[in-house]
Design a protein around this ligand. Structure first.
Ligand SMILES: *Cc1c(COP(=O)(O)O)cnc(C)c1O
Length: 361
């Protein structure tokens, strides 16, 4: 195959074409240095300007206040499941978790190793097809922090806005699958983390935005690499960082800025998702999985009338050049992941295809 096709994969996912083309050039020779991005020393001036630009574009994009550190870490979002409680949850302290799907459950499992975990709300009773409303949330008496997953990649639900939290607690967010798809008021958060391979670039780096006072007050009784302090003090250069993934993330930040920033991303996102959800709402064959108020604009999960027709649809779609539409194995059905870089045209084409598939039944 010589043409690129529509890739609805949930992650690693579609990247912006201008970023891929720039990366192709910079792998060979970056900024006329005569050396490619994969080969530069992480201590040299070429990489230094890459990582500095990535940080400053990130700060510009999300208007990140100076009292936050921006860190580029390894170990995936999954390592943040333990790094957060390791650094911030002392013996006898409680953290509240809002459980809205598989990733929050994994975060809970790791936090339990370090302190008390209180499940303040859970969508389990309705198989995570909705975000629990505030009226169903019961916080513990004095939580150290409240953790939530802003977009549930597997179940296709998304928080419409940040949850309210008790005074004295700070908010922690796993934003791996919707970060920078809409404006974000960073000052409402203690810590935000996101693996890069959904909305920010390629696998290998995790973006962490964290309040400096929290970093300073975190426990020091941890292996050096597992303290946020270490990476904050060294500008994410304590050890060899994931240089290429940081480079790609920086290019994606630049691309989002060129596209008009987060407001503009949000508009594109709403339009793309609307095309698909409107079709699903009118279809007699397909049905959306999530409650309308909780439906994700990033991962659109939907079902057919039965497993056999779903398998038929997925196979026919793959043949027609729509890749990655099979739902996560724990949910079944279909999932169209349409992150920032996924083109609107691909959503239009998918709807056309679904219409003709439905007509053919
Ligand atoms: C993909 C994903 C993760 C896991 O990310 P890794 O980088 O593979 O560890 C965690 N949380 C959410 C919401 C995700 O979508």
């Amino acid at each position: 195959m010589t043409e690129r096709i529509y890739n609805f994969s949930a992650g690693p996912a579609t990247l912006p074409e201008p970023v891929l083309k720039q990366a192709r050039d910079d792998v060979w020779n970056i900024a006329q240095s005569g050396i490619g991005i994969l080969e530069h020393s992480h201590r040299g001036p070429s990489f230094r300007s890459v990582i500095e630009a990535a940080e400053s574009h990130c700060r510009e994009l999300a208007c990140i206040p100076d009292f936050y550190d921006v860190l580029f870490l390894t170990g995936g979002a999954s390592s943040q499941f333990f790094m957060v409680p390791m650094n911030f949850l002392g013996q006898g302290q409680t953290a509240d978790y809002l459980v809205t799907g598989s990733w929050s459950k994994k975060a809970v499992k790791e936090a339990k190793r370090y302190g008390e975990v209180h499940i303040a709300a859970s969508g389990k009773d309705s198989n995570f097809n909705r975000i629990p409303p505030t009226s169903e949330t019961r916080h513990s008496k004095d939580p150290r922090y409240v953790h939530f997953t802003s977009n549930n990649t597997i179940f296709g639900t998304q928080w419409p806005s940040e949850p309210e939290i008790p005074d004295g607690a700070f908010l922690v967010c796993d934003a791996s699958s919707d970060i920078f798809s809409r404006p974000i008021d960073v000052s409402r958060y203690g810590l935000i983390y996101a693996g890069a391979q959904k909305n920010l670039g390629c696998a290998g780096v995790t973006l962490v935005i964290v309040r400096k006072d929290l970093v300073q007050s975190a426990t020091e009784d941890l292996p050096t690499m597992l303290q946020y302090r270490t990476h904050a003090k060294s500008g994410s250069l304590y050890n060899t960082p994931p240089a290429f993934p940081i480079y790609v993330m920086g290019e994606v930040f630049k691309w989002i800025l060129d596209m008009g920033g987060l407001e503009s991303m949000a508009e594109h996102t709403r339009e793309k998702a609307k095309l698909i959800y409107e079709f699903l709402g009118n279809s007699k064959f397909f049905a959306p999985f999530a409650d309308a108020n909780s439906a994700s604009l990033m991962n659109i999960c939907f079902n057919g009338p039965d497993a056999d027709s779903e398998a038929e649809f997925i196979a026919a779609a793959a043949k027609a050049g729509f890749s990655g539409l099979k739902g996560h194995r724990s949910v079944g059905g279909m999932r169209a992941s349409i992150y920032n870089a996924f083109p609107r045209e691909g959503c239009e084409k998918l709807v056309e295809f679904m219409k003709s598939f439905e007509r053919s039944r």
